[in-house]
Design a protein around this ligand. Structure first.
Ligand code: SAM
Length: 221
């Protein structure tokens, strides 16, 4: 599928899929979206005293993983990060996103490592940040049960990938979280929130990132 680089409103870049008319991040700001949903309402809701095991649905450009690695380095979080991705983006293209320059992050090798490390193996990027990428469809993934504290649910939207927002997949997210674990997503669709509730989550609607009224946080009861 053809992929193009696109500039978003906060000056950060994303990838655009013309055939689906879908972007990897919000047009209102890739960085703004990632930082608001996955960092401020995600990892920063946890104490740096505990290890946080994160599962990301849709590793994509690696922006969420990079921001989380930066959080670990700058705020002393101990993180075990697992990202699943069915259709990896070639490194040449993600490199053009130039996220480290945008973020003024002076260790660009962090981003390179996230993309070039081998799939299917656990890598210790720093003593406090372990990282594993799984090259698989979420539909085929057999989750480790009650293992993760936090899920970044970052699939393409229900308009283009409705199947990934069905109860069968959301149930996997419920199963892999520990009780008290949290799922955060940009999606605020009513049916998705009702399904999450029926699966046993407490569902909270929060203000969304710039350009979006709401986001969703779901806590496994
Ligand atoms: C919205 S983008 C993810 C953005 C990503 N979190 C980032 O920071 O760039 C959705 C991602 O899910 C991946 N994806 C699509 N279908 C999938 C599936 N069935 N299983 C796993 N990943 C899938 C896409 O290839 C894409 O990278």
């Amino acid at each position: 599928m053809k992929r193009e680089i696109k500039l978003t409103s906060d000056g950060s870049r994303t990838i655009y899929l013309p055939e689906l008319d879908e972007t990897y991040h919000s047009n209102h700001g890739a960085f703004n979206e990632a930082i608001h949903i996955f960092i401020e309402q995600g990892i920063r809701m946890f104490s740096p005293e505990q290890t946080v095991r994160i599962f990301e649905m849709g590793f994509g450009t690696g922006l969420n993983a990079l921001l989380t690695l930066i959080e670990s380095k700058t705020r002393d979080y101990t993180i075990e990060y697992t990202g699943i991705e069915a259709f990896p983006v070639e490194f040449g293209l993600v490199n053009e996103l130039d996220y480290c320059t945008y973020l003024n992050w002076d260790s660009p090798e962090d981003f390179t490592q996230l993309h070039t490390l081998t799939w299917g193996e656990k890598h210790q990027i720093t003593p406090a940040f372990s990282f594993q990428k799984i090259h698989q469809k979420i539909e085929d993934y057999q989750p480790e049960l009650n293992h993760f504290e936090l899920v970044y649910y970052d699939a393409f939207g229900p308009r283009v990938q409705g199947d990934l927002w069905q109860p069968m997949i959301l149930e996997k997210m419920h199963a892999l979280l520990k009780p008290g674990g949290v799922l955060v997503t940009y999606c605020a669709q009513g049916q998705v929130k009702r399904d999450l509730k029926d699966l046993g989550f407490e569902v909270v609607s929060l203000p969304g990132p710039p350009g979006k009224r709401e986001m969703t946080k779901a806590i496994k009861i």
